[in-house]
Design a protein around this ligand. Structure first.
Ligand SMILES: [Zn+2]
Length: 362
């Protein structure tokens, strides 16, 4: 049996199974929920169920379609993963490069099903949109349905310098070809283009229970002992992804706090001190740092508005009014966009450091 192992979300799966059996599965779905609750895993499970050759038992896990989806090799199941912007300048070359990057990312996920969220430098750009439209216009290989799973759909930015591709994509989502299903996922529905949001049927995934997270850790990280599982479950806030990536995110949090403390301290030499720290220099680490800054500032803003979330670092506790956090978030978002170009990460860091000093403490 090779069914996609989904942890939790039984009611959602039952409703989707029922919709499939009665032929009423919406063609465009938008799966929302916190990071690490299993949105893309549910998407893969739904792809398997929709393509399965034994509908009453779908996903049966034994038919050829089920096995191909489980192995991420089904020719009519397309998993779009955010990628770095292709370097090629010519349209067809860009599509090829995007297809190669996505294939590499899929191969990595086949080898290790536990994967981190995309970094700030990765998107579904115009080349990915064109790739989707190109496969969408062909007949299916196996003669059945075609399923697209678009992870982190808030990173769908096909309008970047190409309104034509954006319009074509919107038209595709408005009226997908017959037997095509598009599953979009996002942690932040407000950042999905409204034109895309309005075309999709929303599905909300809740947080997982401690028991479910513990079960997920047992199956996905079998080397972790019971005490460590308990520690991670407590800090996971209902996110299996957070429990699995516990260590990595603790390092990023420490870097974010250190950076904010240095900015707050201000004074002569602050930028040199920051720039000399190797941790912030590498492109991948830098993207992770910007993502970490976004997460920290978002939860500080939420906490200020009376919402629950992660603990706000001490360095931010004296920041008032809350609008300063929103201002700071805007500036980090701008830095993330700048970092997507071929800009030296240290230059972007120097700029965002000055901007944050201004937004938070000036
Ligand atoms: Zn099957």
């Amino acid at each position: 049996m090779k069914t996609i192992p989904v942890i939790g979300h039984e009611t959602v799966r039952r409703d989707l199974s029922r919709a499939l059996r009665s032929g009423r599965l919406p063609q465009v779905l938008l799966v929302t929920g916190d990071q690490g609750v299993g949105k893309q895993t549910l998407g893969r499970w739904l792809a398997q169920a929709a393509l399965c050759s034994n509908p009453p038992e779908a996903p049966c896990g034994t038919c050829q379609n089920c096995r191909l989806v489980a192995g991420l090799t089904h020719p009519d199941f397309h998993w779009l993963i955010p990628i770095a912007r292709p370097k090629a300048t010519e349209g067809d070359k860009q599509i090829e490069e995007a297809a190669d990057s996505i294939a590499t990312a899929i191969a990595a996920r086949r080898a290790n099903p536990v994967y981190p969220a995309a970094t700030g430098l990765e998107n579904h750009g115009v080349a990915s949109a064109r790739l989707l439209l190109k496969t969408g216009s062909m007949t299916t290989v196996m003669g059945g349905r075609r399923i697209y799973l678009v992870g982190e759909a808030d990173r769908l930015v096909p309008q970047e310098a190409n309104p034509e591709a954006a319009n074509a994509l919107l038209k595709f989502l408005e009226e997908p070809p017959a037997s095509t299903t598009v599953i979009l996922t996002t942690t932040d529905v407000s950042r999905v283009l409204p034109t895309i949001r309005s075309r999709a049927v929303p599905i909300r995934l809740g947080r997982l229970s401690d028991e479910q997270i513990d079960a997920g850790l047992v199956s996905l990280a079998p080397t972790i002992d019971a005490a460590e599982r308990q520690r991670r479950t407590l800090g996971a806030e209902g996110s299996l992804g957070r429990a699995l990536h516990h260590k990595a995110s603790a390092t990023t949090d420490a870097n974010v706090e250190q950076l904010l403390a240095t900015i707050k301290q201000g004074g002569a030499g602050q930028y040199e001190r920051i720039l000399s720290q190797a941790t912030f220099a590498a492109r991948g680490d830098f993207a992770e740092l910007l993502d970490g800054l976004t997460a920290t500032l978002s939860s500080a803003a939420r906490a200020d508005l009376g919402g629950a979330g992660r603990a706000v670092p001490a360095v931010l506790r004296d920041v008032t009014p809350p609008s300063r956090f929103l201002d700071a978030l805007d500036r980090v978002t701008a830095a993330r966009e700048a970092a997507q170009g071929n800009v030296n990460p240290q230059l972007v860091l120097a700029a965002v450091t000055a901007e944050l000093a201004e937004a938070l403490w000036h």
